[in-house]
Design a protein around this ligand. Structure first.
Ligand SMILES: [Zn+2]
Length: 97
């Protein structure tokens, strides 16, 4: 592949894409989020713990009854947002509110 992303290994890209398609990650790239020091929870994108020396992105994921807060690494967040944007522009699946 000639096209290389600058912010993560290819595996991560694929993993996040699969989870997005499967509905395991929010499809809206404009979801609200906040950042904080990692608290050791597992990243929803790569299943690795987010250590306290790295920045954790908490993304709001509105559901039917409540808003879930899902934590990701910074690199994962950027990758997720990029792919969600890409998928959202390819399909009309729920990205528009
Ligand atoms: Zn991660």
């Amino acid at each position: 592949m000639a096209f290389t992303r600058s912010y993560g290994p290819r595996d991560l890209d694929e993993q996040i894409r699969e989870r997005l398609v499967a509905g395991k990650l929010p499809g809206n790239p404009h979801a609200r989020y906040s950042t904080a020091a990692g608290d050791g929870q597992l990243c929803v994108c790569c299943d690795r713990a987010i250590a306290d020396f790295s920045l954790q992105y908490d993304v709001e994921w509105p559901g039917d009854a409540m808003v879930r807060l899902i934590g990701m690494h910074r690199a994962c967040f950027q990758c997720w947002r990029d792919i969600a944007t890409e998928l959202g522009s390819e399909t009309s699946d729920g990205a528009e509110v």
